[in-house]
Design a protein around this ligand. Structure first.
Ligand SMILES: Nc1ncnc2c1ncn2[C@@H]1O[C@H](COP(=O)(O)OP(=O)(O)OP(=O)(O)O)[C@@H](O)[C@H]1O
Ligand SMILES: [Mg+2]
Length: 608
């Protein structure tokens, strides 16, 4: 049932809180039953209680009697609840019953809704956490293909829709049909022939509900897509705010954003046409049936005023839930749109996966080997072709080559940010696809070409890989990265908060913090992608010195853009168009007089 309403995926989350769901259903059902009591009170209230004088009256309710105990033969009758009572006392009694039933209805519906709020919020809590985990577990390739703003919209806007809809839908699907049925039964008992008129209205009403539901679903998906675009625009512009200012494109960006916002507005309005349109259309349809009851009831069936009043009340009570069900149906369609989008991400199978029998990689102490490695970000566009090399533990190797040659890509394959398309990479003879991601990545310290830092203190940024690091440890790695002195010069030293992406620091300072951050986990393997941009002379020397200090204690793979770095390497590999074109020591390569010599003459002579 839940599967059918919410869809299998979402239902799984709701079902974890079965007990609360049951509580909520039972309480809501009870409260719907109390709702019908007033209808039973109107007739005696008007017909008996309002009588003048003191002649005793009685309180009767419509009843069905079965003749001879058989289900098939029955007749309509009345059941006396209270007999021989003065009209005034009957009025008091009826009022008392109405008050008590209203109180009971309110209490049960309050707790019913509370239980519903609890299970839906718990379900969304788990879903929200799972979506976040999924974002993290999906490979980098997945994220690079999508705007992060779009993903944020999924995690926020779509999940809010889910959260606010589950309760309304589930409670509504119990409450409204139940109260409609209860009142319908009352009406049938009162006068089944008259009530059958309702059934002519049925197909018309259902048709309207279905048509509007379909439209609402279609437009809700469009609204959510536009919301994602707007979220992306915020996010992208904030990220690139500096560029926007540089080119003074504020007006242009604002205009672009205005267009997106207007699209969102237009789509939201279209959604509203259909969503809000449901009710008036239904009202008109039903109004055509309502007078028929009054006219036919009075003229043909000779009902009393109390009968007619209570039947009209009951009719409106059958109709009100139906109208609400139409709205619920719209909500449900909106929810289905949002759920589909959230679970499209949730059901993406990450391309980088651990084998079920993955082993823990022992501490690296022998060698890292690439064997005929080929790789492409897109299947038909190879970026690396047949790369083979071997580096012994404790050695430093450098990759050089023109921009876009594939140097950073080689380094990204070692921690399995991407998997090779052909060939293999092994550490100490073990294929890295056979080990757990955790044990692999814990041994690798990485310093990227573009340093990403969190909006947090310097100390917390450095200790990110080892949150329990003592301040002595943090200082030690900062010293090793030659970062200690400039950190101490900051207003609050290690407790200085650096802005998002470390914008308050220079490029060289950021990279030295990144080196300290990589060293805190005491990695056996260090991967260093030198910033291609020129660093200030001081930073450059300091970074060189820190690399020098590490030399020999760990295996270092480095993409070198500076001669001083290259000099320290045991072996140098020259990469061009994804292939190793030359390799050897600095002297060997210089003597060879090939591509390396060319690069050296072009780039390094001046800067080195
Ligand atoms: N995420 C990605 N998706 C698709 N193609 C990519 C991706 N990252 C890099 N590439 C492509 O792969 C090739 C190699 O890129 P890579 O970043 O490895 O070059 P590089 O040698 O590090 O260059 P640089 O010296 O400028 O840092 C380039 O042609 C680049 O366009
Ligand atoms: Mg690079």
């Amino acid at each position: 049932m839940l599967n059918y309403i919410l869809g299998k995926n979402l239902a799984l989350y709701v079902k974890r809180h079965r007990l609360l769901v049951m509580c909520s259903i039972v309480l809501t059902a009870i409260s719907s039953l109390f709702l019908v009591v007033p209808a039973y009170l109107i007739k005696p209230f008007v017909d008996e209680g309002m009588k003048l004088g003191t002649d005793p009256v009685s309180w009767k309710i419509p009843w069905i009697a079965f003749d001879g105990g058989s289900w098939l033969s029955w007749h309509q009758t009345e059941h006396v609840l209270v007999d021989n009572i003065s009209p005034n006392r009957l009025l008091l009694l009826l009022t008392g019953v109405a008050v008590v039933s209203t109180i009971l209805k309110s209490i049960t519906s309050y707790f019913g809704e509370l239980a519903a709020a609890a299970f839906s919020n718990r379900a969304v809590l788990s879903l929200r956490v799972d979506v976040f985990k999924k974002f993290i577990s999906l490979p980098l390739g997945f994220h690079q293909k999508r705007k992060s703003g779009e993903l944020i919209a999924r995690a926020t806007a779509d999940l809010s829709v889910v959260q606010s809809s589950i309760v309304t839908i589930l409670i509504g699907l119990i409450q409204h049909p139940l109260s409609a049925v209860v009142f319908l039964v009352y009406l049938l008992v009162m006068d089944y022939k008259l009530t059958l008129i309702v059934f002519f209205a049925g197909p018309v009403i259902l048709g309207v509900i279905r048509l509007f539901g379909r439209k609402v679903k279609k437009h809700s998906v469009r609204v959510q897509d536009a919301t994602a675009d707007v979220t992306s625009a915020y996010q992208e512009t904030l990220l690139c705010l500096k560029v926007v200012h540089e080119f003074s494109k504020g007006g242009y960006e604002a205009n672009k954003f205005k267009n997106l916002a207007q699209t969102l507005y237009k789509r939201a309005m279209r959604w509203n046409y259909w969503n809000l349109g449901t009710t008036p259309i239904l009202d008109v349809t039903v109004f055509l049936f309502m007078p028929v009851i009054l006219v036919v009831g009075k003229m043909h069936y000779h009902h009393s005023l109390g009968d007619i009043m209570s039947m009209v009340y009951a009719f409106s009570r059958v109709y009100a839930p139906v109208k609400k069900l139409a709205k619920i149906n719209n909500r449900l369609r909106t929810l289905q749109g949002a759920t589909k989008r959230v679970f499209r991400i949730m059901n993406t199978v990450p391309a980088i996966r651990e084998k079920p029998d993955a082993i823990v990689l022992p501490t690296h102490k022998d060698s890292i080997e690439f064997k005929n490695v080929s790789f492409g970000y897109e299947p038909d566009e190879p970026v690396l072709k047949n790369i083979s090399f071997r580096v012994k533990a404790g050695e430093t190797i450098a990759f050089v080559g023109s921009t876009g040659a594939g140097k950073s890509t080689i380094l990204d394959l070692v921690p399995r940010f991407y998997d090779v398309t052909d060939g293999s990479i092994s550490i100490d003879g073990i294929d890295i696809r056979d080990v757990t991601l955790d044990s692999l990545r814990k041994q690798i310290g990485i310093v990227n070409q573009d340093t990403l830092l969190f909006h947090d203190t310097i100390a917390n940024n450095i200790s990110y890989g080892k949150p329990d690091a003592t301040s002595e440890e943090i200082e030690a790695v900062a010293r090793a990265a030659n970062a200690h002195n400039f950190i101490m010069a900051q207003p609050k030293g290690y407790d200085t908060v650096i802005g998002d992406q470390g914008t308050l620091l220079s490029g060289g300072q950021r990279q030295r913090i990144a080196i300290a951050r990589a060293l805190i986990i005491d990695p056996a393997i260090l991967i260093l992608d030198e910033a291609a941009s020129a660093l200030d002379a001081e930073s450059e020397t300091l970074i060189q010195k820190s690399i020098e200090k590490l030399h020999g204690t760990r295996t270092i793979l480095i993409v070198a853009h500076r001669l001083s770095t290259i000099i320290q390497a045991n072996h140098i590999y020259v990469i061009e168009s994804g292939e190793i074109v030359e390799f050897g020591t600095l002297n060997e390569l210089m003597a060879l007089g090939g591509r390396f010599r060319e690069l050296y003459d072009m780039q390094y002579r001046n800067s080195g």
